[in-house]
Design a binder for this molecule. Structure first.
Ligand code: FMN
Length: 130
């Protein structure tokens, strides 16, 4: 099974969740800003996460979502952090489904920085899909 983990994080909270998921599923978590973040070969599951900034997604994440192709992503699973609102989950899901990508209904969300227990929860969550 091919698995990828991609994220965008300004202050590290979403990165911590991404790394917990990546460790659980045995791949690296790659920031969407990196050149090697592009998905050029088909993956069975793409875990993708970002945070909410002024009720929107960061432009790096918005641009990255546009690059994803349904032929290369069999299914996407969303994770996110924010201070309060889960709107980021909906925005990421919309970016994916606008490209015709199948999105898992369940998502993983943490308020701000994940605790150690929440990182363990993220790992348990991720393993359900691989
Ligand atoms: C400039 C800025 C704007 C933010 N706007 C929102 C917001 O509109 N709603 C919200 O719930 N959280 C908001 N937050 C909180 C972040 O979404 C939250 O701290 C998140 O965990 C940051 O993730 P990161 O560390 O991966 O960048 C904002 C944070 C910053 C820095």
């Amino acid at each position: 099974m091919n698995i990828a983990v991609r994220y965008y994080s300004r202050s590290g909270n979403t990165k911590e969740v991404a790394q917990a998921i990546a460790k659980a599923v045995g791949v690296d978590a790659i920031s969407v800003e990196k050149a090697d973040a592009q998905i050029n070969e088909p993956v069975d599951v793409l875990f993708i996460g970002g945070a909410l900034y002024a009720y929107g997604l960061d432009k790096n994440m918005k641009e990255y979502l546009k690059t994803l192709k349904k032929d290369n992503v069999k299914k996407a699973v969303v994770f996110s952090t924010s201070w309060l609102s889960k709107h980021s989950v909906e925005l990421i899901k919309k970016g994916l489904s606008d490209n015709g990508i199948t999105v898992e209904t369940e998502y993983f969300y943490v308020k701000n920085e994940p605790s150690e227990a929440q990182k363990r929860d993220a790992a348990v969550f991720a393993k359900k899909f691989v």
